[in-house]
Design a protein around this ligand. Sequence first.
Ligand SMILES: Cc1cc2nc3c(=O)[nH]c(=O)nc-3n(C[C@H](O)[C@H](O)[C@H](O)COP(=O)(O)OP(=O)(O)OC[C@H]3O[C@@H](n4cnc5c(N)ncnc54)[C@H](O)[C@@H]3O)c2cc1C
Length: 435
Amino acid sequence: MNKSVTDQCGWIALAGDYPSYPTLNGKQVADWVIIGGGFTGLAAARRIAELAPNARILLIDGKRIGQGATGRNSGFVVANESPGHAALSAADGRANYAAVNALDHAGVKELKRLIQQYKIECQWEDTGSIHAASDPKNFDKIRHHAQLFSDLGIDATLLDETVLKKRLGIEHYKLGVISTGGALVQPAALAKGLANNMPDAVETFENSRVLDIAQDSSGALLTLENATVRASKVIVAVNAFMPRLGLCRDRVFPLALTASLTRPLTDTEEDAISNAPSWGILSPQPLGATMRLTKDRRILIRNTAEYQPSGINSAMLAKRRNIHYAGLQRRFPWLGEGAIEYTWSGNICISKNSKPVFAKLSDNVFATGCYNASGVSKGSIMGRLIVDHAFKEPSDLLDMAMSIPKPDRIPPRPIFDIGVKARLAFDRVKGKSEA
Ligand SMILES: Cc1cc2nc3c(=O)[nH]c(=O)nc-3n(C[C@H](O)[C@H](O)[C@H](O)COP(=O)(O)OP(=O)(O)OC[C@H]3O[C@@H](n4cnc5c(N)ncnc54)[C@H](O)[C@@H]3O)c2cc1C
């Protein structure tokens, strides 16, 4: 296997040419600044332009617009997130799940609206979501998902081994549940399309990292490498990078996920899966694999998650690629070693109780983020709603966003580091048979 691997995201590489946006320079004054050009920041910028079309609105990303986790994720547009991620035994747990679920569905709807309006080519498919297990010890979880979905009025059907084999073209999965509402997408192509179709009122800048936010009673002074911005209002949409900006340090932390994408399947390989139509599988275990057979006939696997605040280097990436290959072999035993074309990593943002940040940090600075691994839909709605919160625009969805409990406090480092690594090791053992 390869000794070193270049961190190249397959989705971004395959999304075609990206427009480049300028770097922000000099002394600027703006009505609104959105920091972070992922799904959340893109949604926030669009919403501000709807509500204040004559304002000066700056959308600023430290790297390339839409090429952080937004372009690097597995492309599940989640509508019904894994119920295991929420504390559902108590009634308020279920009420929270119902609110989160309504927000996710609203995010999916919003993205569909934009894709249709701007004719964004992004391999969007209304597939619903399939959670599936191969290990009998996880079957109860699948049945629990199915029960919970139907209790909440979500259309859900159990899929047995025979049905799964026919649908997926492989024998690996033994029990699954399909629920309606979710979709699959080429995330980088989606983000690129959303950025390309920003309202004219939004000025977009990239490679312009905000180094400091000094909040005061009239707004905030942002310091960048080659610029300062005096902003009346700020939306922070940097997700896993909040702690680096000195925000929510005691509430959220990053987890590094890595994924691999193969080359397109050959005709022989297509025969081996009986030319199954594209699909996506989510695991009932947090550290089980997410898998996709993409519309352009590649296989995606993501089966690692780790706490690596200093990042994933190329030697580490090569090891993760080997883990991906082992996961592919379990499902597609005929797939050769060289089939993986791209391997990359990205950061998700996590809180101890899996709750998002949706907060007014001061009179003029607002933040949202931290959606675990379901930020495609959630970021696309929470980005809009945080702006509604700032504008005091009431809605049922805003009430729902406000009703979700806040992230619990996490212990200080190094106690936190030890705890999170132990928890991940435990989850890794539990998820091993689904990795
Ligand atoms: C491998 C992987 C698989 C995943 N799979 C899925 C999935 O299938 N479905 C799903 O829904 N979610 C998935 N996720 C999570 C999802 O990608 C995130 O929840 C989502 O991208 C969050 O969007 P965001 O805009 O809030 O944050 P991000 O996408 O992280 O965007 C934040 C942006 O802020 C910028 N930024 C950071 N710091 C600064 C700064 N100081 N100044 C300026 N800009 C800054 C970054 O460059 C970045 O572009 C996955 C993530 C990864 C990494």
